[in-house]
Design a protein around this ligand. Structure first.
Ligand SMILES: [Zn+2]
Length: 170
């Protein structure tokens, strides 16, 4: 690993402890960046300047989407522009309340970079704000039923140690 990557990793670790998300600031450009590194040494440095609020709210336990001020289209994961009408005037809305589990799948055969996880479930929840959320499901995989009431929760995922959103059966 290069010195630069090592430094980024250290500040990402600090940010995870303090703030809940691995956000680092690029020394040259002052851009806020999402930092992740996992098996196979795939490194993620994704610019999150325009959706930084998503991570700020995540650290307070809230899951946010963006809504187009012009046509009302809702985006999750949040986008800073509207694909539908081309507007870049967006508002933030919280995805909260009871949703419905539309579908789920239990992963028994895992991709290599997820091989350290026990069997897990991924599902799609339809939220009352009118948007579908794809996420890992937190709960007993045997108790899952299509149509059940679920909500979104924010908690750390190990071993990465950063906050993310989960679908949680009610
Ligand atoms: Zn729009």
């Amino acid at each position: 690993m290069s010195d630069e990557t090592e430094k980024l990793k250290e500040s990402a670790e600090e940010s995870k402890k303090k703030f809940g998300s691995p956000i680092v600031v690029d020394q040259k450009t002052s851009s806020s960046l999402w930092f992740d590194q996992r098996e196979l040494n795939v490194r993620y440095l994704i610019s999150i300047n325009r959706i930084k609020k998503f991570y700020e709210e995540l650290s307070k336990g809230k899951v946010m989407a963006t809504k187009c001020n012009k046509c009302g289209e809702i985006y999750f994961p949040p986008q800073s522009y509207c694909n539908k009408c081309g507007s870049n005037s967006m508002s933030w809305i919280e995805l909260s309340g009871s949703g419905e589990l539309l579908t789920y799948t239990i992963i028994n055969v895992k991709p290599q970079s997820f091989s350290h996880y026990p069997d897990y479930a991924i599902g799609i929840a339809k939220m009352p704000q009118g948007v579908n959320v794809l996420a890992w499901i937190d709960g007993d995989v045997r108790s899952l039923r299509v149509g059940m009431k679920v909500r979104l929760e924010v908690k750390r995922r190990d071993p990465e140690g950063y906050l993310t959103y989960w679908i949680k059966p009610e």
